[in-house]
Design a protein around this ligand. Structure first.
Ligand code: ASP
Length: 578
């Protein structure tokens, strides 16, 4: 089709040009002798003006039209539009495709229900803010290709139909037609393949990889998601972090014009947990967790006797308005993290107040006030536990809650850091001595901790790192085990018998007998990274066709029943619901 310009590109310098424009009618205002039409295409919106309305066919919102006219300077510019200094005086307007009344108005600001927007996603995508998000996403991928391509990484595709391996989340399964009763699993990540690529001598691999995990959904989780996945041989952890900092610097520079200063901070896992109450700390604000054990372990309060962890946070300025009800709500929040209860003291009129005071001598009170620097209006929330993760995560949740409540996070600020030195194992609650892998079973324990693998697994730290941006884990990786026997032992420690290891991972671990380069890598969650750069906390805003919280695609309504014939060839019979 003949098209001389894109609508959003028109500027003062185009005044006088004859143009042919294409796009959707996004708004029409009829002033009797004058008609104004806003014409939208992927590049933006321009105002058309018909000085002789009789030339206009019947046009309505969302009709696709071809407009011919001449660019003129507007007497009164419209600063809300990039094209606001000009308008196009129409000579003719032709309807190319008509549109029904849309179920919601196509505009950035909308009060349409998300379910309706997702059902008509193709209309939703016409909203400029969504198109913008897709562009940001594509730009990140462009940076990924440019950066890793320039660093000698080879793009390799890995299989989608895989063997199910018991290493992480629940798999999506695909029945095999040729082998009734057998199933492929969709990849949770290309982890094993990329390690085999290293053993295969590729040395530098990268891929934009679709991954699938059949987990319950949340605002920032989807059943299918995209990873920017990479693996490299012969690099140590620092080299991998430095390499990736270059990529992040490029993304922030080219997409946001923001210079991040390198090297990024590296924060050990236990520091992040103890101080910020999170393994993905947002360090843009204070409200730090304080260790109160030295001060309070000897007070005559039963709950503190012999307990290894007593910690708290000071929330400034909220003491007065914090009612019993609010404190109960805080306790409920902390309980989600296995913290049994939250105690409180208020600093009001120069004095500590609260029922816990009866356990504190005058000296203790004075020590608490001076040690924590308590000021009028401060609220001290504190707790005890014998579970370090529970108390850290519990207080961390309160920290985040108050940061939001008190508006401590400035929009448009970016805080990037690496969390390093993760524990190798995560104790499984209620099952002493049983562990899951904190990252995944292929993670290499630190050399200095290898001796404690069996005797004290909880103290073993790993060569593992997460990139955290504004309190979101945007990616993570590890150095990998490259020794056959260590890998076998780790599987055993994670509860797999020798028979299980041989059966489930034999095909993989066999490769470790043929010369394995030390290797490591990481993967970014493209969806999360895009969310951060777009400033949204809804993952569905950065995916063209997302699933809803019930894992249903609202546009096509997948998943759906299939025909008897389709089941028959797969050898599958559906069990009647009881
Ligand atoms: N495969 C890992 C993941 O999906 C990332 C990595 O270790 O490279 O989390």
């Amino acid at each position: 089709m003949e098209r001389t310009m894109h609508n959003g590109d028109l500027r003062l310098s185009d005044v006088g040009k004859e143009v042919t424009l294409l796009g959707w009618v996004s708004n029409k205002r009829n002033l009797g002798s004058l008609v104004f039409i806003d014409l939208r295409d992927a590049s933006g919106v321009v105002q058309l003006i018909a000085q002789d309305p009789s030339i206009l066919p019947d046009v309505r919102n969302e009709y696709v039209v071809e407009a011919k006219g001449v660019v003129e300077k507007k007497d009164v510019p419209n600063p809300a539009l990039k094209t606001g200094e000009i308008e196009v005086v129409l000579h003719s307007l032709k309807v190319i495709s008509k549109a029904n009344l849309t179920p919601f108005i196509i505009a950035d600001k909308t009060d349409a229900l998300e379910e309706t927007r997702l059902k008509y996603r193709y209309l939703d995508l016409r909203r400029p803010c969504l198109l913008h998000n897709l562009r940001v996403r594509a730009e990140i991928v462009r940076c990924w290709h440019e950066y890793f391509g320039a660093n000698g990484f080879l793009e390799v595709e890995t299989p989608i139909l895989n063997l199910a391996t018991p290493e992480g989340a629940r798999d999506y399964l695909v029945p095999s037609r040729l082998h009734h009763g057998s199933f492929y699993a969709l990849p949770q990540s290309p982890q094993l393949w990329k390690q085999l690529l290293m053993i295969g001598g590729v040395e530098r691999y990268y891929q934009v990889a679709k991954c699938f995990r059949d987990e319950d959904l949340r605002a920032d989780r989807q059943p299918e998601f995209t990873q920017l996945d990479e693996e490299v041989s012969f690099m140590d952890q620092e080299q991998i972090l430095t390499l990736n900092e270059g990529f992040l610097q490029k993304v922030f520079r080219e997409l946001l014009g923001v210079e991040i200063s390198l090297p990024l901070r590296r924060m050990p896992y236990w520091e992040a947990m103890d101080v910020y109450g999170s393994d993905k700390p947002d360090t843009r604000y204070g409200l730090l967790i304080r260790d109160l054990h030295p001060l309070l372990s000897d007070v005559p309060f039963d709950g503190f006797h012999g307990v290894p962890y007593i910690k708290g946070i000071v929330v400034p300025g909220v003491a007065k308005e914090t009612s019993r009800k609010v404190l109960d709500e805080l306790t409920n929040e902390a309980r989600k993290f296995r913290l049994k209860g939250v105690l409180s003291l208020k600093m009001l009129d120069g004095q500590l107040q609260g029922s816990f005071l009866k356990f504190l001598s005058e000296e203790k009170q004075a020590a608490l006030v001076s040690e924590l620097g308590l000021k009028d209006g401060d609220l001290l929330l504190f707790a005890s536990s014998d579970d370090r993760r529970a108390i850290d995560f519990g207080l961390g949740a309160l920290r985040t809650l108050y940061a939001k409540k008190l508006g401590l996070i400035k929009p448009g600020t970016y805080d990037l850091l690496w969390v390093v030195d993760f524990p190798m194992f995560d104790p499984i609650e209620g099952q002493p001595g049983v562990y899951s892998a904190e990252h995944h079973p292929f993670t290499r324990p630190r050399d200095e901790d290898l001796a404690f693998l069996e005797s004290d697994p909880e103290r073993v730290l790993a060569y593992a790192y997460d990139i955290v941006i504004n309190g979101y884990e945007c990616g993570g990786g590890t150095l990998r085990i490259f020794d056959h026997d260590t890998q076998w032992k780790i599987f055993n420690l994670l509860g797999l018998s020798d028979e299980d290891v041989a059966k489930k991972f034999g095909w993989f671990i066999d490769a470790f007998q043929y010369g394995v380069p030390p290797h490591g890598g990481m993967a970014y969650g493209l969806d999360r990274l895009t969310m951060i750069l777009c400033g949204t906390d809804n993952i569905r805003d950065v995916i063209a066709f997302p699933k809803n919280l019930q894992a249903v695609d609202p546009t096509s309504k997948a998943p759906a029943e299939v025909s008897e014939d389709q089941l028959e060839v797969l050898g599958i019979q559906i069990k009647e619901e009881e």
